[in-house]
Design a protein around this ligand. Structure first.
Ligand code: AMP
Ligand code: AMP
Length: 226
């Protein structure tokens, strides 16, 4: 009798845990934007998209589902495919705001497919493919990072800026503290490379980061021209 009860209890616990797992696919998003000048300065081989040199503005890298413990899911749908037809009316917006810089020169489909298959498919409980790309475009407009930095006198002029003043400028403009990732150019300068903002699971509001992404920046960083 005692044994039967414990098996029953265990089954209940297993059932409860499986419901928890299904209902919570991820905890928040990192919305990652990238400075093209830094990508091109470091990766000797950056190539402009077929449509031409992107604007001197931050570009979207991705919208990544995250867990609070610092880990993240990826490639969640083994049958996941990117269907360009679902977002044909967003393509010109994506070209402008989510530009590819990889070589050889291409139209961006490869980068968008990679981001959707690797990261987007892990948010499918919240957003379908169209909603995923639309949400990212809206978030970029909302953050308006280049303007936030310009308002604080921080411009892509090859100058060096205090990391803390970059963080403060974005906090002032958006209300939230970003995570900053740097890279190192061939002259060993630490450069402003990617800016991470945290977003709620519906991909509509910035939130305070439950977990700050790791940073690799010097206390003073270069903001290269593009
Ligand atoms: P890294 O090793 O930081 O250059 O990252 C390489 C790639 O791993 C990124 O472009 C992402 O696709 C992925 N990655 C790294 N950290 C995360 C994270 N916290 N969440 C989602 N993807 C990540
Ligand atoms: P993660 O795997 O983001 O999602 O992204 C890492 C991959 O995306 C790497 O292969 C990077 O080289 C590539 N990547 C990062 N930024 C860009 C970009 N602007 N254009 C094309 N590929 C990129």
């Amino acid at each position: 009798m005692k044994l039967q009860f414990s098996i029953f209890t265990k089954l209940l616990i297993i059932q409860y845990l499986s419901i928890l797992c299904v209902s919570q696919d991820f905890d928040f998003f990192y919305f990652v934007q990238q400075w093209p000048g830094s990508y091109c300065d470091t990766k000797q081989s950056c190539c402009y998209p077929k449509s031409g040199k992107p604007a001197a503005d931050f570009g979207i890298h991705g919208l990544w589902p995250e867990y609070k413990d610092g880990s993240y899911p990826s490639n969640c749908d083994p049958d996941g495919v990117f269907e360009k037809s679902q977002i044909s009316d967003l393509i010109s917006d994506l070209r402008q705001n989510w530009p590819t810089l990889s070589c050889p020169s291409n139209d961006g489909t490869k980068f968008w497919t990679h981001e959707w298959v690797k990261h987007g498919t892990c948010a499918e409980s919240e957003l379908d493919q169209r909603e995923y790309f639309e949400a990212a475009l809206k978030l970029k407009e909302k953050a308006n990072l280049l303007q936030a930095l310009k308002n604080a006198g921080i411009k892509p002029d090859d100058g060096f800026y205090e990391l803390e003043s970059i963080i403060a400028a974005i906090k002032e403009a958006t209300g939230f503290t970003p995570g900053i990732e740097c890279n190192v150019d061939p002259e060993h300068n630490s450069q402003l490379y990617q800016i991470y903002m945290c977003v709620d699971t519906s991909a509509s509001e910035f939130i305070q980061c439950p977990k700050q992404p790791r940073k690799k920046c010097a206390s003073t960083v270069q903001f290269p021209r593009f």
